[in-house]
Design a protein around this ligand. Structure first.
Ligand code: AMP
Ligand code: GLY
Length: 421
């Protein structure tokens, strides 16, 4: 079987490594992939949002099955376009990917169907938003409507900060058209849990839970990033919480999307906060999370391709989705200065042992040499019987990834270890 994976980060590297385990797979194309992915797949220089070229490539190369991993091609209708050409795909169509593509859509969906989330108001008029903020409780959360590379969320401690965020989005257009509509919502508290779930629109099968570490600095300080490390499972996701999430959030979301004529097939990501009032949805993503995938897939015992095809065929209820009763930790190695300003093109090395456990997020190959090419460069994952061992081993392996200014948080997993539930 010839497969095609659209995307080129650490998440895609993890997906490709898992897909490769299926003996029926003869070739995997990565569009565009990256210099590290090139060790596991054939990289093709077509950008992940160049839908026309992606579809033409799949047709010309007789691709049997495609996986569209990143949010933007999903929101732009990459799956719809591939399906039109008769190419079976993993991922939601555009009319379902909107659950991530528009925060206003997601919030209105939750309100209409009684799915627990932060209370909110939507504004498309600057003056109305500013006058609402005169009396809104603080801290408050200001979100740009559309995709904003994970940066469109401002937690404002004061009304003045919130007003500035609204002005930046609606008047300064710092997130482009994403800021034409803003959501202002209640500030929630509690531990965060990420749950990725397979769904074919008929049933939901959650994967092992995970915990992201979004801030750049130790002890969750400094700027938000795409994610500096993950652990799985998340200790706050107890069996009791899991049951409530299934009943109050996962199944109602699937049913709501069906009722709206927007059946979601693919991986639905639930960003949850376990508040004193119970689990609530912070955000939906229409895809595998990054770097959650780098701890979730290494724990998956069922064959990924088989499960993905069951999602496509609507036979997920008959297909086993099993995870090892172990722990995983992924430590991101980033470029110095990330997420603001950082150098690219620095030569990097990985020990053989590190490379086996490392997913490459941002690197390119030049004359056989690997050069850094992004803010987040690699994610190194270890699996062990206990979380403490997984964390220690992930750090030991990650130290085998070297380049000038390589930066890692030093406390990935610490909060999970302290949770002691
Ligand atoms: P997002 O880009 O939607 O993942 O949001 C980034 C981060 O902002 C989340 O991981 C939360 O830590 C935080 N956040 C978003 N919405 C809220 C909220 N309503 N209350 C508290 N924190 C929030
Ligand atoms: N790790 C969060 C995300 O993938 O959006």
């Amino acid at each position: 079987m010839k497969l095609m994976v659209v995307g080129g980060g650490g998440r895609e590297h993890a997906i490709i490594r898992s897909l490769k385990k299926n003996p029926q797979v003869t070739e995997i194309f990565a569009l565009p992939g990256n210099g590290g992915i090139a060790a596991d797949a054939t990289c093709v220089n077509i950008g992940a949002t160049d839908i026309e070229k992606i579809v033409a490539f799949a047709a010309e190369n007789a691709v049997d099955y495609a996986v569209v991993a990143p949010d933007d091609p999903l929101v732009l209708g990459c799956v719809d376009a591939l399906e039109e050409k008769g190419i079976p795909c993993f991922g939601p169509r555009a009319n379902a990917a909107i659950i991530e593509g528009s925060k206003v859509f997601a919030k209105n969906l939750m309100k209409k169907y009684g799915i627990p989330t932060a209370a909110y108001e939507v504004f498309d008029d600057l003056d109305a938003a500013l006058s609402y903020l005169e009396t809104a409780p603080v801290p408050t959360v200001v979100k740009a409507d559309g995709l904003a590379l994970g940066k469109g969320v401002i937690i404002a401690a004061t009304r003045e900060e919130a007003k500035q965020a609204v002005r930046d989005m609606m008047q300064g257009h710092v997130f482009g058209a994403s800021g034409d509509h803003v959501v202002i919502e209640e500030f929630l508290t509690g531990p965060e849990v990420s749950v990725l779930a397979f769904t074919d629109g008929k049933c939901v099968k959650p994967m092992v839970s995970s915990m992201d570490h979004k801030r750049i600095g130790d002890n969750d300080t400094g700027l938000n990033t795409g994610g500096m490390g993950t652990v799985a499972p998340n200790p706050y996701y107890t069996p009791a919480v899991a049951r409530r999430c299934m009943e109050e959030i996962f199944l109602p979301t699937m049913d709501a999307m069906n009722a709206e004529g927007r059946t979601f097939k693919g991986c639905l990501y639930f960003g949850l906060m376990i508040t004193p009032d119970g689990p609530k949805v912070i955000e939906y993503n229409c895809r595998f999370g990054d770097p959650e995938t780098q701890v979730v897939l290494p724990l998956m015992e069922s064959d990924l391709l088989t499960v993905m095809q069951a999602v496509t065929n609507g036979t997920l209820s008959e297909t086993e989705v099993k995870f090892a009763d172990k722990h995983a930790c992924c430590v991101i190695t980033a470029s110095q200065g990330y997420p603001v300003k950082y150098r690219k093109g620095l030569p990097m090395t990985m020990t053989e042992e590190a490379a086996e456990h490392t997913y490459v997020a941002g690197a390119r190959l030049q004359d056989g040499v690997l050069l850094t090419a992004g803010g987040r460069v690699t994610g190194t994952t270890a699996v062990a019987d206990t979380l403490a061992e997984a964390v220690e081993e992930a750090y030991r392996l990650a130290r085998g990834v070297e380049f000038e200014g390589a930066y890692r948080r030093s406390d990935i997993g610490r909060r999970a270890l302290a949770a002691n539930l």
